[in-house]
Design a protein around this ligand. Structure first.
Ligand code: BG6
Ligand code: MG
Length: 957
């Protein structure tokens, strides 16, 4: 497939050493090490990490409380045997005297190279973290210079562990291991390093091959010399006592490892390359690099996972968080389900720790996963933003359930998925309570860590609701598939029948806080009453995305932060991504803007999901947010990439493509695909996996799906069902859209708008407003209507702008009281069938109403979920008859004008549609709507026309 542009290259600046050591760190999911040029033997930036290899150190609390963890895991920084001192004619090379240094990562061969030019020599350092056999690292050093070259290879036993710092995102500085064994080998060394408390052993064996003429091996150094050209290959074998030692040979060749690496990556990119149809090459280049980093960080076995910084640094102590299940795992779920499975197996592997943790926390049943951990134990010392984040257990259940949806792997379901889902459901049942027939979960923290220990947190409750829902559904599914399987599980988990009933009840009664006036979902039951943060500059920086306010967590006591209506990152909006069926389209739209405006984005987990959800709500800066998350580590936007790559953001950026631009959503029986194109991203092409089959997807003006391998699967592209099978391997879905006006088209509010104006004019000026105004104000905005009425009816008087606004607001209050009791019964007959019919054909539906009450009204009418886009007239500069609102809808949907139809009941509306070069359909009076391409006066004729067009029958009228 398409594998152009697969490189990553930067020229270094001297002071970027720590940053570059992270960005160019090679890794293979098992082992990773920081990128430093070989001739620099300074240990400060160096470090080698084994995924899942940890030390346990005491956790000191000055005030202890029951259930607080007393020990914590920490990823161990191990010595990196890649450095050397280089001497040219006896003079030691100072790496700081470099004239030019270039870092280069070849993503096709998996070779990281640092090339340094000095006055009298060049040094090239190449590194491979072997994907094929992850215990190996291959290194090549090439030194060219005038004269005698001498290299003193280092085999250090100690590492530099940094200093204790107040930044909670960094690691500590304690000594974590002692040298257990150190031996000289023929042309190499073997070192064993044993952790002090966890008693784990890592073994590093290295063999050196060189063209150098003399080898002198001293205590822990080796000397190699040559004239003018010295090449040194170092093959390193890394093993540990968690996985066992297999005495694999170090007699491998650099060239062979490179060949195997290239072949491995050819297979990898074949499946994982994501083509962005864009003119901005940076998007593509950065995305390639991030996909590669995710690969490098992803665990290879059940003993490990993806740590917050991957294997590029020891920030966050190498811990695994919910980041995996919500930000990274979803990428592999559709790209490489086997990798997703390995990540799940890790969670199953530590399930007993989670069970134990539930007991420590005072509950009889269930499994409470540790907020941060390596081995499985709770490693969070700050309970409000750690242990209290119970949602993590639900996130794991969510991921496990989606694995079953994505693969249909019944064996995995019975072998471990059900067990995890049932145990986490038990946890939520234990920590929640029924009060007043509602199920509440109190004293938890959601993903937004600027709000802690609250009741009925929306995200937690939603994920728990889902956990209950699927614990019951999976129980029933196994029951119908195999009674025997179910009985074994009942016995193993000691399931009591009433538990299943309890879960069903909790599912049904779960509180999801919502505001039916503002039409937003509410973060928790304390959120609304909090005050705003006084300095508004910390909120969503709408212009420069990387504003430079320091994260609040660095400068304020947590309690100050908790007392304000302020978010570190997405929360309700994230719940809307994961669990859209628990809410409404209009609440998704409104919540997005409401919470975005209160978010500091102090977490690197924020912009990526705002971009992803922004694409779904038609947010016009979604591309910018996407770019921001692509650049976060590449441009060091948070200033702390030196501590390690931000893996969740990396996964989030890739998710943006898969779940945002491609609009994938893995459901129980089919996959939804709702692609979005934007100004900058005109389409995507990539391979994905679903239902044990492999597909190619291409988006743009149309969506094309092709079966590449397997039996096929069911899809819903924009609501239209497609079954892609061997007999029907290619599907093409053309994008079409119907853009509806609301008042007078879907429901009869024209009369009510008139009644409201009439009452206003009567109350204020004792004027009896003639009925002709019913048509005159049709389609035009509130203020323009006011203007028109005042100029016509009270031409002798002048009104200040303020007064006009005040009068228009009064009219709105009257109008709102008239529509307050609107229900689905107030829809015109046949409208819902029309919307359903269009959805079934996969047609986009958008609302283009001048009314600021439009969103509210379609919610009351119960039809908001049919809409793919609801244009907010407040964001539109020029009202109808200007084309703006219809053009905006096309942009939000990524549909061309020639594939759209607009429906209007007002003259101004028809003019707006026509100026947007869209086909116009009038609904109502032929005389008034004569500029329309066609006019209907009843819904059945209108429906027939639109549905025929959607099915491509008989042209379009
Ligand atoms: C349009 C109506 O849909 O919305 C107009 O046809 C009305 O009559 C306009 O003035 C603005 O509505 P609102 O609800 O924002 O006052
Ligand atoms: Mg109208």
């Amino acid at each position: 497939m398409i594998t152009n542009n697969l490189f990553y290259k930067v020229q270094s600046k001297k002071n970027d050493k720590a940053l570059l050591a992270t960005q160019f760190a090679p890794g293979n999911g098992y082992v990773g090490f920081r990128a430093v040029c070989d001739e620099d033997s300074d240990k400060t930036e160096r470090g080698l990490f084994i995924n899942g290899f940890y030390e346990r150190i005491p956790m000191v609390h000055s005030e202890f409380a029951h259930g607080f963890p007393e020990v914590t895991d920490r990823m161990v920084k191990l010595p990196d045997w890649n450095s050397m001192d280089v001497f040219i004619d006896g003079v030691k090379l100072n790496p700081d005297d470099v004239l030019k240094r270039t870092y280069h990562f070849d993503l096709k061969s998996g070779v990281m190279e640092i090339a340094s030019e000095y006055k009298n020599c060049t040094v090239i350092s190449r590194k491979i973290a072997d994907f094929e056999k992850p215990n190996y690292i291959a290194s090549k050093t090439i030194i060219h210079g005038e004269g005698q070259i001498r290299a003193v290879l280092k085999f250090p036993l100690e590492v530099y562990s940094g200093e204790r710092n107040r930044d909670p995102r960094k690691s500590g500085s304690e000594k974590l291991y002692k040298t257990h064994r150190f031996e000289k080998l023929e042309n190499g060394f073997l070192g064993e390093f044993k952790t002090l408390n966890s008693n784990l052993i890592s073994r590093i064996t290295q063999k050196v091959v060189s063209n150098g003429t003399s080898f002198i091996q001293t205590e822990n150094e080796m000397e190699v010399t040559a004239v003018s050209n010295l090449e040194i290959d170092r093959i390193t074998l890394v093993e540990d006592s968690i996985r066992g030692f297999y005495q694999n040979s170090v007699d491998r060749k650099y060239a062979d490892i490179k060949k195997a690496q290239t072949e491995y990556l050819a297979r990898f990119w074949e499946e994982n390359f994501v083509v962005l149809n864009t003119e901005n090459n940076n998007y593509q280049k950065y995305l390639n690099f991030l996909i590669y980093h995710l690969l490098q960080a992803t665990a290879r076995d059940k003993y490990s996972n993806i740590s917050a910084k991957g294997l590029t640094g020891d920030g966050y102590e190498g811990h695994y968080f919910w980041d995996t299940e919500i930000y990274m795992y979803p990428v592999w779920l559709v790209k490489d389900p086997d990798r997703a499975k390995t990540l799940l197996e890790y969670r199953y592997h530590i399930l007993d720790y989670a069970r134990k943790r539930s007991k420590e926390l005072g509950y009889n049943k269930g499994a409470t996963y540790a907020w941060r951990t390596i081995s499985g134990i709770e490693c969070s010392g700050y309970m409000p933003a750690g242990t209290a984040q119970y949602h993590l257990s639900g996130d794991i259940a969510y991921a496990a359930i989606s694995y079953y949806f994505a693969t249909g792997d019944y064996r995995a379901l019975v072998d471990y998925i059900f067990e995890m889902v049932f145990e986490t459901a038990r946890t939520f049942y234990e920590i929640g309570n029924f009060t007043d027939d509602k199920f509440h979960i109190n004293a938890v923290t959601g993903p937004d860590e600027y709000t802690a220990i609250v009741n009925d947190n929306y995200y937690t409750n939603a994920i728990a609701k889902y956990n209950f829902e699927w614990a019951v559904k999976l129980y029933k599914l196994i029951e119908t598939t195999s009674k025997d399987d179910l009985n074994k599980l009942i016995e193993k988990l000691r399931i009591e029948k009433e538990e299943v009933t309890n879960f069903q009840n909790a599912f049904e009664a779960m509180v999801l806080l919502t505001d039916d006036k503002a039409l937003i979902d509410i973060q928790d039951n304390s959120f609304v009453q909090k005050e705003l943060w006084p300095d508004e500059s910390v909120y969503d920086p709408s212009e420069g995305l990387s504003d430079d306010h320091e994260p609040l967590l660095m400068n304020y006591h947590p309690l100050i932060i908790y007392r304000h209506k302020i978010l570190k990152q997405v929360e309700v909006v994230l719940a809307h991504f994961l669990l859209k069926d628990y809410t409404n389209k209009i609440k998704v739209d409104n919540s997005f803007y409401y919470y975005k405006a209160l978010t500091t984005h102090d977490s690197s987990l924020s912009y990526c999901i705002h971009s992803l959800m922004g694409l779904k709500v038609g947010f016009d800066r979604a591309d910018d947010y996407f770019l921001n998350s692509l650049e976060l580590d590449i441009k060091n936007l948070h200033g702390n990439t030196a501590d390690g790559m931000h893996m969740a953001n990396i996964g989030g950026a890739i998710m943006n493509v898969l779940y945002g631009y491609l609009g994938m959503h893995v459901k129980a029986d089919f996959m939804e695909i709702n692609p979005v194109t934007t100004d900058r991203i005109n389409g995507i092409e990539t391979v994905f996996h679903y239902n044990d089959s492999k597909f190619l997807i291409k988006t743009g003006d149309k969506t094309e799906l092709s079966l590449l391998a397997g039996e096929g699967a069911k899809f819903s592209v924009r609501g239209k069902e497609y079954t892609v099978t061997k007999d029907n391997p290619n599907v093409v879905h053309g994008d079409k859209a119907v853009l509806f006006d609301l008042d007078g088209v879907l429901t009869d509010t024209g009369e009510l708008h008139y009644q409201a104006w009439k009452k206003l004019m009567n109350d204020e000026f004792a004027i009896d407003l003639p009925v002709k105004y019913k048509d005159l104000v049709r389609g035009i905005s509130r203020l323009e209507s006011m203007e028109l009425i005042l100029t016509n009816e009270l031409s002798d008087r002048s009104f200040s702008e303020e007064r006009k606004v005040e009068l228009a607001n009064r009219k709105n209050e009257i109008y709102k009281s008239l529509i307050e009791h609107f229900t689905p019964d107030d829809l015109y007959d046949g409208v819902e069938d029309l919307l359903k019919g269009l959805k079934k054909e996969g047609v986009f539906i958008a609302l283009c109403s001048s009314s600021k009450n439009g969103g509210h009204l379609i919610y009351r009418l119960g039809i908001d979920n049919y809409f793919d886009a609801v244009v907010n007239p407040s964001f539109i500069e020029r009202g109808k008859p200007a084309p703006d609102i219809f053009e905006k809808a096309l942009k939000m949907l990524g549909v061309n004008a020639e594939n759209a139809i607009g429906v209007e009941d007002a003259e101004a509306g028809i003019q707006a549609i026509n100026s947007a070069n869209i086909r116009s359909v009038g609904f109502g009076d032929n005389d008034m709507l004569k500029e329309a391409d066609v006019v209907f006066d009843n819904i059945s004729d209108l429906s027939r026309c639109l549905l025929n067009w959607s099915e491509d029958k008989n042209g379009w009228n």
